[in-house]
Design a protein around this ligand. Sequence first.
Ligand code: KIV
Ligand code: ZN
Length: 551
Amino acid sequence: MLKQPSQKYRPFPPVHLPDRHWPNRTLSRAPIWCSVDLRDGNQALAVPMNVGQKLEMFHTLVKCGFKEIEVGFPSSSNTEFTFNRRLIEEKRAPEDVWLQVLVQAREDLIERTVESLIGAKKAIIHLYNSTSPAQRRVVFGKSKDEIKAIAVQGAKWIQERLPRLKGTEVMLQYSPESFSATEVEFAREISEAVMDVWQPTPERKMILNLPDTVEVAMPNVYADQIEWMCRNLRNRDSLIVSLHTHNDRCTGVAATELGLLAGADRVEGTLFGNGERTGNLDIVTVALNLYQHGIDPRLDFSNLNALIEVYERCTGMTVPPRQPYAGELVFTAFSGSHQDAIRKGLAEWKTGRTENWDVPYLTIDPNDIGREYREVIRVNSQSGKGGVAYLLESEFGIVLPKEMQREFGPLANDEVDRLGREVSGVELRAMFWREYVERTKPWQLQGFETESRNGLVRCHARMLRDGTPAELHGEGNGPLAALVHGFSTIGVPRFEIASYSEHALSSGEAAAAIAYIQIKHSDGRTRWGAGVDTNIELASVRAVLSALNRS
Ligand code: KIV
Ligand code: ZN
């Protein structure tokens, strides 16, 4: 990088708008939305969608509630043309959905585009040409007047062909492409020249789309440009002013939101921001940002996961894990203090005492968009026993007694330390199983029977002791007391049951129970054991053997 970037790059010239209004405004309603997934988004895919995929995306967009969908660039290829024809001939578009098509100011392309729309119920013909100084100089080598003439001629060619679209409700749209890098005065001049051809009225408006084709300035500058246009354009009331931002400086959403404050009526963008380079505007984010402020976005993202699935399958793109609202991790808390605050916030919300959602760290209720809040307890060598216990309980329903947590926590931490990395819940469960449940040396249970008479329980246990058959008989006031007594009769040093608990295992282990037993040796040493079995009595016998095996 350069030590003095000013030798190569220059600041972006501000718009002169000292009495700008937009900073004092707030948003109170949703704009008109237009999805450009099937055109701008599709153009930016390594492998563009085929007709089947475009159809699936189209229906998905309709289901979300889009009423304006830019379906393609029908003059650019047979696939695009065919897709348009199929939408129309197979009557796939609901009557209230506008099919928008993009076209350059070239007569042959306009001709083909109009042909692609015959029979449509509602159509938006979107004409564009590029207007910025760099485009005028580098790409076209034309003066402002010559660039204006291109737009005017394109507008006329479209106008002349409108009679061919009898029966179709047509709306016209013009984009001075690269608007945000264009002098506002010239953007106004060229837009008004197109308006002179199309003659929009308040009853029959045209769309003036003002694209941030490449984000070259901060979003407040785009807002100034939009407000300047809205205030200086002739016949503003005959226009639907539309925003179309890209995300080169990562402020596409901000630019759109400020552009709406600045007076725009309509927003073009794509699902999850797919589009050229850093992408188009992410419409999902803007819509859900409105929702977060209590404004009905008039787009339905109740099942965001299903939408992501269709999007990823059709486009071959992936939604990054930290994408606002949609990313896999955005409703996940890793930090203990965040988890604590969220738990308290959710508990308060559940009481119904608070009127509005105000849960720390969760901007909206994930359930509203079909998602779930998730806590991730990461266990590393620094983690406390609480983290270990929480993970076992939340993922596997293993509820360790408090005192057993004090025994297993450090054992788990030692092993994690040895591995030198964080461990998952599955790994932690495996450690627990190895440490307690799967121990078979020296004692391994082969069979256990009891009979009780007059309140006295007699037991008969068959076992392997270091692989050699062994058995015991014992008696006591319960099966465990009988077992403990039985061990004393075969020369095992005396011990007693110091603590006992058990519960059913909820997941994975069909109808199994787990028992936790702490034994205390005559020298005062204590050991925990755990046993799992479909029979609760056998689970506790196994737990005793587990504790002995660990002694
Ligand atoms: O980014 C852009 O300027 C465009 C235009 C064609 C509207 O996609
Ligand atoms: Zn674009």
